[in-house]
Design a protein around this ligand. Structure first.
Ligand code: SAM
Length: 220
C-alpha cells in the first residue's frame, strides 16, 4: 500500500504553500516558516485541531498511514477553515508511513514537538520492531527534534507504556520532563482529552501510561 502515496525526496521538496496557503501567500516572497509540530499516527486529528487553536502561529502536521482517515482529517480541517475564517490555517495532514519517511519531511532540528498518542501496541515479540517507538526510530526522532524539543507519548496498554518509557529512558539524547513541568504544560492535558482514542479510553475509565521526554544535547 506504500506505493500509492507521494513522498517528498527531501524536506525542501515538501510543498508547504499547498498545506498552509495563508502562511505562504503567492505574491509575496515565501516566508521561511517551518513545520514545528508533528502528530505521528494522528488518527482523526483531534489533537491537531486543539493544538491549532492553542498555538495559532505554529505550523503543525499529522502523519497518518490510512488513506480514508487522512482524507477525513483533510476535509475536517478545510471545513473548519471555512466556518472559522482565519483559524486552522496552521494545521494539515499527510498520508505517509512515518516509520519509513520522517527524514523526507523534516530537517535536522526542525521540530519542537512530536506526538505519539495511543499508537498500535504490536503485542507479539516478533512484531516489536513495528512499534513506532523503538531505539532505532528514536535516533531518527532525535535527529529531527531541536535540542529542548519535546516528545509526548501516551497509551492505554501498560506493556507498551513500559516499553516506550524504557526506550526513551535508555536513549542518550532524551531526558524525562519533570512532574512540575508537566503540570505547567497545557499540552499534557490534551494528550487524553483531545484525541479520539484518549476520549474512548476515558469513557471506559481506562488507565493511561504517559512518557514525556526532552531532546537534550549530546554529552561530550
Ligand atoms: N493518535 C490518534 C488518537 O490518539 O486518537 C490515533 C491512534 S490509532 C490507535 C493509531 C493510528 O496510527 C492509526 O490511525 C494508524 O493508522 C496510524 N499508524 C499506524 N502506523 C503508522 C505509520 N507507520 N505511519 C503513520 N501512521 C501510522
Amino acid at each position: 500500500s506504500d506505493s500509492h502515496f507521494p513522498v517528498p525526496a527531501s524536506p525542501a521538496q515538501f510543498d508547504c504553500a499547498l498545506h498552509y496557503p495563508q502562511f505562504f501567500p503567492p505574491n509575496k516572497t515565501n516566508g521561511s516558516q517551518k513545520i514545528e509540530f508533528a502528530d505521528i499516527g494522528c488518527g482523526f486529528g483531534g489533537l491537531l485541531i486543539s493544538l491549532s487553536v492553542l498555538f495559532p502561529d505554529k505550523l503543525m502536521i499529522g502523519m497518518e498511514l490510512r488513506d480514508k482517515v487522512t482524507e477525513y482529517v483533510k476535509e475536517r480541517v478545510l471545513a473548519l477553515r471555512v466556518s472559522n475564517p482565519g483559524q486552522y490555517e496552521n494545521v494539515s495532514v499527510v498520508r505517509t508511513n512515518s516509520m519509513k519517511y520522517i527524514p523526507n519531511y523534516f530537517e535536522k532540528g526542525q521540530l519542537t514537538k512530536m506526538f505519539f498518542l495511543f499508537p498500535d501496541p504490536h503485542f507479539k515479540e516478533k512484531n516489536h520492531r513495528r512499534r513506532v517507538i523503538s531505539p532505532h526510530l528514536l535516533d531518527e526522532y532525535a535527529y529531527v527534534l531541536r535540542v529542548g524539543g519535546i516528545i509526548y507519548t501516551i497509551t492505554d496498554v501498560e506493556e507498551l507504556g513500559v516499553w516506550m518509557n524504557a526506550c526513551l529512558d535508555g536513549h542518550p539524547l532524551f531526558e524525562a520532563v519533570s512532574e512540575s513541568e508537566l503540570e505547567a504544560d497545557p499540552v499534557v492535558e490534551l494528550l487524553s482529552s483531545a484525541t479520539e482514542e484518549g476520549q474512548k479510553v476515558a469513557r471506559n475509565e481506562g488507565q493511561t501510561f504517559r512518557a514525556v521526554y526532552r531532546r537534550i544535547a549530546a554529552s561530550r
